[in-house]
Design a protein around this ligand. Structure first.
Ligand code: GRF
Length: 207
């Protein structure tokens, strides 16, 4: 189903005149990571994923990166004594790989100013709600519990407050009477895969 996306731009309006270098961070299944890679392969996003960082040894995103021939590096958060130390390691990997834009595609750790100061206004996040509603974890369960009739997903620039920062693009998703967290998450993810690349392109065009 074609749900509302705002702002809405025809694809040619999101064309970038140079290839931007992305560093992606992910903790889980990596469907958004895969959506970005597929958009690049189809010529819909003028970008290259230089490297994927994942923090969970069993994260499925690693297999997707291997299949797509995208280099990946495990930085297990359990090996770092504090958040800043993990972020410093992330910054080092991204700087070595000449990353210009950082995309948190399901990164389930809170980031610090170490990462934000290294990439000012260049860290992008995707969140499964219409921010500023339902910030933080379990956004989908929170939306169901609150009995709102519409939720969705948001791509935004990251600042130090969790799930905050300027909004780039949002997609609306209706909540159906029989929805469970799983069915709703599935429909939200279909929209996430549409807007994640739009958000990246919009951020690059605005910079
Ligand atoms: C997405 O729903 C995203 O909004 C949230 O984490 C999930 C990651 O999914 N931040 P995937 O790993 O990209 O499939």
């Amino acid at each position: 189903m074609d749900y509302l996306v705002s702002p809405s731009h025809p694809p040619d309006k999101l064309a970038l005149n140079h290839t931007i270098k992305l560093g992606v961070m992910a903790s889980g299944s990596g469907s958004n990571f895969e959506a970005i890679a597929q958009a690049i392969n189809k010529g819909e996003l003028n970008a290259k994923i230089e490297v994927l960082i994942y923090n969970n040894p069993s994260a499925k995103v690693k297999e997707k990166a291997d299949r797509l021939n995208i280099p990946s590096i495990l930085l297990n958060h359990r090996n770092y004594s504090h958040r800043e130390a993990l972020d410093q390691a992330i910054v080092e990997v991204f700087k070595v790989n000449k990353v210009e834009w950082v995309v948190m595609a399901g990164w389930m750790r809170i980031i610090t100013d170490v990462l934000l100061n290294a990439f000012p206004h260049r860290v992008i996040n995707i969140h499964p709600s219409l921010l500023p509603s339902f910030k933080g974890i379990n956004a989908i369960e929170k939306a169901l519990k609150s009995r709102v009739k519409i939720t969705g997903c948001t791509v935004h620039l990251v600042d130090l407050e969790v799930d905050s920062g300027p909004i780039l693009v949002q997609a609306a998703v209706p909540i159906l009477p029989d929805d469970t967290a799983e069915t709703l998450h599935h429909r939200i993810q279909i929209q996430e895969h549409r807007i994640i690349t739009q958000g990246i392109a919009l951020a690059a065009l605005k910079s």
